[in-house]
Design a protein around this ligand. Structure first.
Ligand code: HEM
Length: 404
């Protein structure tokens, strides 16, 4: 646990749009599940909960050398409405029969509303998930170390492409319909996480850097933290930018994430029931844990270079400053992002003006409108090409770790 003072936790939370009830770093888990969708007033530590329904299955399939055949069988299994893949071990078929479906509490009306909301928000979502959440993941120490030392950490371009597949499938109009992909993509991700839980503890590199409590990676608590770096962060930023959102849209966006968390194996008594409960949990569990690691600094550089490999009409300095603008200078300093103070001034003045004009809140077209428009449309195209082109990168279950 990093040595963050209560004051710097509050400042960091505010910079990330995640301000709420701040926790003292190091305090034991005390978020009551009264604020969860299960609504039971109990306190269970989600860092001690993994995925009992899935983990033993992956241990057996890895041990028996079945994963390459499973990955091949999964190639053609893409749509939610597809028949279950054939040619996989019987135990996996029975797991899929139980898990390849939405939870009983999923509400199609809310999911459809969320899909329309995602469509309306798409340009902001590409920016916030891509440049905001993506870079924030590198200052979540466990996630950074896990991602770095797992098999995919050595090939970040394809790993980023796979992660993008998840976001793209989640945000598609038919995400939860039979023609959409999200339920299948979630199941592949859940199985991948279960494989990582078994594989990473075998990595001497990972063991050398992991914290004392993190003896099995990707607990329910870790997944919740990542959710806050995605859904809660994005929601907070949209709110702070003054984007129009109806209460029903906000609720629908949260519902979509609640279903997504369930599909990743998070227990209902940990899933926040409201945005206010989510903010509270995030201030409690995410903000105090943020810290730099050598792995995260390396990953952030790789990720930012992937984005600056395409021409977004802005300099690298501008792109790094935009990441700082989204995540705050504490995170920017941790990641050693270079300063470009001229760009920072343009962003601080121009971005709110751009949003206000786009949202119809101001009639004045800012002089920097086309700069920002090209930047965020370029980012969207970058991610979209990745999700839809022939180079579409399917999620595959790893069989080993990063070599070194
Ligand atoms: C793999 C999404 C939480 C560590 C994946 C993949 C996706 C994904 C889509 C498959 C693509 C790939 O292989 O890269 C998510 C989402 C999360 C979440 C949506 C929470 C909302 C976490 C957490 C950790 C983690 C909390 C670690 C603390 C990993 C690792 C891999 C992986 C190590 C495997 C990469 C490899 O093949 O080497 N995740 N993840 N994930 N995830 Fe997650």
């Amino acid at each position: 646990m990093p040595n963050l003072s209560r004051r710097s936790v509050l400042t960091l939370g505010a910079a990330l749009g995640l301000a709420g009830v701040a926790a003292d770093p190091g305090r034991a888990w005390a978020w009551s599940s009264a604020g969860s969708i299960a609504g039971t007033d109990t306190i269970t530590d989600p860092w001690q909960v993994w995925d009992d329904a899935t983990d033993p299955l992956l241990v057996a399939m890895l041990r028996d050398g079945q994963i390459p055949a499973v990955n091949t069988a999964f190639d053609g299994w893409v749509d939610n409405g597809d028949p279950l893949p054939s040619g996989v071990p019987a135990a996996l078929t029975s797991w899929l029969q139980q898990h390849n479906r939405l939870p009983s509490w999923a509400d199609q009306t809310k999911l459809n509303r969320a899909a329309q909301f995602n469509k309306r928000m798409s340009l902001y979502l590409f920016l916030l998930y891509g440049l905001g959440s993506g870079i924030m993941s590198t200052v979540i120490p466990r996630e950074a170390r896990n991602v770095y030392w797992s098999e995919g950490g050595a090939v970040m371009k394809s790993r980023a492409a796979k992660t993008f597949t998840y976001g793209y499938d989640l945000s598609a109009l038919d995400a939860f319909q039979p023609t959409g992909h999200f339920v299948v993509t979630s199941n592949k991700t859940r199985l991948t996480h279960a494989a990582v839980r078994h594989l990473l503890p075998q990595s001497a590199h990972w063991r050398a850097v992991t914290d004392d409590q993190d003896f099995i990676p990707i607990s329910n608590g870790d997944i919740l933290i990542t959710f806050h770096s995605l859904g809660t962060f994005v929601h907070g930023k949209l709110k702070s930018w003054g984007i129009r959102m109806s209460a029903a849209e906000e609720e629908a966006f949260l519902h979509m994430w609640q279903v997504a968390l369930h599909l990743l194996g998070v227990r209902d008594d940990f899933i926040p029931a409201t945005w206010s409960a989510a903010r509270e949990q995030s201030a409690y569990a995410l903000t105090p844990l943020l810290a730099p690691t050598p792995e995260g600094i390396d990953l952030a550089g790789v990720l930012l270079n992937l984005t600056s490999a395409v021409d977004l009409g802005v300099t690298r300095g501008f792109q790094r400053e935009f990441a700082r603008y989204l995540l705050g200078d504490q995170v920017g300093d941790w990641l050693r992002l270079p300063r470009d103070l001229a760009s920072r001034t343009v962003i601080e003045v121009g971005w709110p003006a751009y949003v206000a004009f786009r949202e119809g809140l101001s009639p004045i077209i800012p002089t920097t409108f086309s700069l920002f428009d090209r930047f965020i449309r370029g980012l969207a195209m970058l991610f979209l090409n990745n999700g839809t082109s022939a180079t579409y990168t399917p999620i595959t279950i790893p069989t080993g770790n990063r070599a070194g």
